[in-house]
Design a protein around this ligand. Structure first.
Ligand SMILES: NC(=O)c1ccc[n+]([C@@H]2O[C@H](COP(=O)([O-])OP(=O)(O)OC[C@H]3O[C@@H](n4cnc5c(N)ncnc54)[C@H](OP(=O)(O)O)[C@@H]3O)[C@@H](O)[C@H]2O)c1
Length: 310
């Protein structure tokens, strides 16, 4: 079968089309003929080689999120799953291929396209549980830092359902307008310049400017780092937190890895069935053009998620 593998770590053109044997479903796994493959930020992190020391080797097939039709089942699974359209999480790789195996899968309602399923599947659940982790409550003011990415566009939609205000950081006016359509009430530059104060900050960026955001919290405010798109913060970042001592602030990190799988599946299914919750697909490209998709991510062009189609 055709797949796309990392043949050289580093720039996007290290991703190349390869012929590999079709995977066989192990116990508890389905074999899916892929219709849509989500291109995630973590795929690019792996490709750049940043995680090289974690054991990824050349020939690694990236991609953790696919949707398509079940064409085979492993031991312990009911054969009647064959023919059903499923969303699936394939782990840290295996998704950029015509066929993929997974043990973590969920049926896709007829009303939802496979492209939208991979735009919502991971990012919607991460956004939901990040807001819950931040103890976000109705009527609070929320800032989503890095709102134009796939998790950000989900966090904006979810927060907008009950927040007093939803501020977003973005680098472009055009993206700001699109974020307003998703529910943002205030569009800020990447530094969130201005006097606004927030009860909750969902932070996808971290990076050198992280400490400045502690000043933007209201008393009892909570800042949750969900991603480190901007890199690591300065080693003494907590000093700024302590300088705000009188405000009883909380700093947290959040990883969906800490959420029980059944909970993730429950929320995913709810979101798949929720007609008012939208996946944001930036562009659909053929699987062969995975390198182009990664280049677009590296160039900061993507709003929401790029989807590959075999
Ligand atoms: N915690 C979890 O469980 C979990 C699960 C999955 C993924 N993640 C992580 O979540 C993060 C976000 O993923 P994503 O796909 O939503 O985001 P993304 O597309 O990688 O980036 C989000 C946005 O951040 C802005 N940005 C980029 N570089 C920046 C910089 N140096 N400073 C400030 N803003 C910058 C860009 O928007 P503008 O140009 O408009 O500013 C970009 O669209 C990633 O680190 C991913 O690995 C976490």
């Amino acid at each position: 079968m055709k797949a796309v593998a990392i043949q050289e770590f580093g720039p996007a053109d290290g991703l190349r089309v390869v012929e590999v044997p079709e995977p066989a479903p192990g116990a508890g796994q389905v074999l899916i003929e892929t219709e849509a493959i989500g291109v995630g930020g973590v795929d690019a992190v792996i490709r750049r080689g940043t995680l090289g020391s974690y054991g990824f080797k050349t020939g690694h097939i990236p991609g953790s999120e696919v949707a398509g039709t079940v064409i085979g089942v492993g031991e312990g699974l009911d054969g009647s799953l064959k023919g059903r359209r499923m969303w699936a999480f394939t782990g840290t790789g295996g998704g950029y291929a015509e066929k993929a195996v997974a043990s973590d899968f969920l049926p896709i309602p007829e009303s939802l396209s496979s492209e939208d399923a991979v735009a919502i599947g991971t990012s919607g659940a991460v956004a939901h549980f990040a807001l819950a982790h931040a103890h976000f409550r109705k009527g609070e003011a929320v800032l989503v830092r890095g709102a134009a990415g796939s998790i950000g566009v989900s966090a904006v939609q979810l927060a907008a359902r009950s927040a007093k205000t939803v501020a977003v950081t973005t680098s472009s006016t055009a993206r700001g307008e699109r974020l307003k359509k998703l529910g943002a009430t205030e569009v800020l530059d990447r530094a969130a310049s201005g006097e606004g104060k927030y009860d909750v900050i969902i932070d996808l960026i971290a990076g050198p400017n992280l400490p400045d955001f502690f000043d933007k919290l209201n008393p009892n405010g909570r800042l949750v780092v969900v991603g480190v798109v901007g890199g690591m913060p300065p080693a003494d970042f907590a000093a700024k937190l302590l300088q705000n001592f009188q405000k009883s602030l909380s700093f947290m990190t959040f990883s969906a890895d800490t959420v029980p799988r059944a909970e993730l599946q429950r929320v995913r299914l709810e979101q798949f069935e929720d007609a008012a919750f939208h996946g944001v697909v930036h562009e659909i490209l053929p699987l062969d053009e995975a390198a182009k998709a990664h280049q677009k991510m590296d160039d900061g062009e993507v709003f929401g998620r790029i989807v590959l189609k075999p």
